[in-house]
Design a protein around this ligand. Structure first.
Ligand SMILES: NC(=O)c1ccc[n+]([C@@H]2O[C@H](COP(=O)([O-])OP(=O)(O)OC[C@H]3O[C@@H](n4cnc5c(N)ncnc54)[C@H](OP(=O)(O)O)[C@@H]3O)[C@@H](O)[C@H]2O)c1
Length: 506
């Protein structure tokens, strides 16, 4: 009987999930910044995928807006060219792409021109009360508030209108507050969707499943069992064409203030009462607020910053940052390592180490949770403490290292062996790009994967003293050879606590 109820429940859940996945939504989606890199490389390909999977109705309109004087046909042609460049051949279907293009429109408009005529855009938008309308602002952040002003001034905000803001929200607390105030003058907080595309990653969302659907892990998820946590986001690429932008930002603003603090807060938060946007974001916020504020002394002791020099990446000689930038001098960090602490009962005494860098030895985003060692050993020789490794990308998966008896007749020798799950192999399914999830969530009005105003501001509050500390620090910026794992001092940061960045079995 119980089995019967269980299978009926599971069948109805599968049916509900299928309906959720295949429901075709009809909406108006305005992309401001429609000729830019993000739109062409990520947003339009993501919409194409959702269309191909039956989630977007033929009555939907995706309306590109930018200053460039393009016809709708010319914009559709650019879209096709972007598809050919950025969509994997196995995911691309010419007939589906042609059908999708019929939903794509273009209106030239300048967001900084107060006199601009918005009627051509307004006349494209549906008037049904229920129809979801989204403005996705994919321009430089200095245009966010102006864009919100213009949308409001032209009377285009309905009850079901949302605005999506790309990162970065500001370059410090004051500029973030100014953007939030400017947009907040016209849009309610439940209409504002701040993107952090890391939250759109299936593997970041999977941290919730790992922790809160597996009591075997959650019961160990605290300072009693965990010695430390290491978060690494390493890229092999340099700054490329983004040099002029990157030089004004650096790794702390570009990666930590948003993506890596979000990962850290999902890793460390208390179980929320539900998966609602409010409950989840309340818990993440508590972690951001519980980060121990950095004094100048702590910045000096607990952070490392460096810039890549020339080196070898993937067997190829590559130039250093200054040469990439075309400049003689820059104090922008392309690498950093930070030792952070969370002031809660769950995490007292557990360091969280964060490192990120460009031109590193390997592309990977991983979280390593190291468990405390066995307090009393009956075996001879050292036992490596167990580690749970969560691979966010590439090779998405999770592994747990276990001390095991090495098969031999010569006594009891221990060696590490891994329990390893590769999600692509386990589920035999394609990994959707993070923007696919995020765009459709914005259309549905579901804020769970977006950042609330107080989270952005709390993150800046923790980041700002680090920026100030670095500005006051007389030490010269360190360098590291391209293709390495960063400067020696980053290893020393962990050695001091008896830990290492080095993976086991290395
Ligand atoms: N590219 C990425 O991978 C990426 C990743 C994460 C976040 N972001 C963020 O997303 C935003 C866009 O990045 P992007 O790389 O796509 O930049 P981009 O390539 O420079 O594109 C900027 C877009 O804004 C338009 N634009 C500029 N001024 C305008 C104005 N006054 N009125 C209307 N449109 C205007 C440009 O077109 P016209 O010149 O034709 O007006 C272009 O379409 C930035 O905030 C960036 O930080 C980008």
């Amino acid at each position: 009987m119980a089995e019967h109820r269980k299978s009926a429940r599971s069948a109805s859940r599968q049916k509900a999930e299928k309906a959720h996945q295949t429901e075709a939504l009809s909406f108006d989606f305005v992309i401001v910044g429609a000729t830019g890199d993000l739109t062409m490389r990520k947003l339009l390909p993501a919409f194409y995928q959702r269309f191909r999977h039956g989630q977007i109705a033929a009555t939907t309109k995706i309306i590109g807006v930018a200053r460039s004087d393009l016809t709708v046909d010319a914009y559709r042609q650019r879209t096709v060219e972007a598809f050919r460049e950025f969509i994997a051949p196995e995911d691309y279907d010419e007939a589906q792409a042609t059908a999708f293009l019929q939903l794509v429109y273009y209106v030239p408009l300048d967001m900084s021109d107060k006199e601009a005529d918005w009627n051509p855009l307004a006349s494209q938008l549906g008037t049904e009360k229920e129809r979801s309308r989204v403005f996705y602002v994919a321009t430089a952040p200095r245009l966010y508030a102006q864009t919100a002003d213009a949308i409001a001034h032209n009377g285009l905000i309905t009850d079901t209108t949302r605005i999506v803001l790309e990162k970065p929200i500001g370059t410090d607390l004051a500029s973030a507050t100014a953007i939030n105030d400017g947009v907040g003058r016209h849009f309610r907080e439940d209409q504002i969707f701040r993107i952090d595309h890391y939250l759109g990653k299936q593997t970041v969302q999977n941290i919730l499943a790992l922790r809160f659907a597996n009591p075997i892990l959650e019961r160990l998820w605290n300072a009693d069992s965990i010695a430390h946590v290491r978060i690494t986001a390493a890229e092999t690429v340099g700054v490329g064409k983004r040099g002029p932008y990157y030089d004004t930002a650096g790794a702390l603003r570009d990666m930590v203030q948003n993506h890596l603090l979000q990962v850290l807060s999902v890793l460390a938060m208390e179980p929320p009462p539900s998966l609602s946007a409010t409950d989840l974001r309340d818990e993440k916020l508590k972690i951001l607020r519980a980060l121990r504020p950095m004094t100048h002394h702590m910045v000096h002791r607990d952070t490392v910053r460096a810039q890549y020099g020339a080196g070898m990446v993937g067997g190829k000689a590559v130039p250093g940052y200054l040469e990439d930038l075309g400049s003689d001098a820059s104090s922008t960090e392309t690498y950093l390592a930070i030792r952070a602490e969370i002031r809660t009962a769950r995490w007292a005494g557990v360091p969280f180490y964060i490192r990120t860098g460009k031109r590193m030895a390997r592309k990977e985003t991983t979280i390593v949770v190291q468990f405390r060692p066995q307090p009393w050993a009956i075996f001879e020789g050292p036992i490596e403490p167990g580690e749970l490794t969560i691979r966010l990308q590439p090779d998405e998966g999770v592994s747990l290292s276990l001390a095991s008896k090495y098969p031999s007749e010569e006594g009891f020798r221990l060696k590490e062996a891994d329990l390893n799950v590769n999600y692509a192999e386990a589920f035999k399914t394609r990994y959707p790009d993070s923007y696919e999830d995020l765009l459709m969530a914005a259309v549905r009005g579901d804020q769970v994967l977006f950042i609330r105003r107080d989270e952005v501001e709390a993150a800046w509050q923790w980041i700002e003293p680090i920026l100030d500390g670095w500005a006051a620090d007389a030490r010269p910026l360190e360098t590291y050879p391209a293709g390495s794992w960063g400067p020696e001092s980053a290893e020393k940061l962990l050695e001091r606590d008896g830990f290492s960045w080095k993976e086991k079995n290395q």
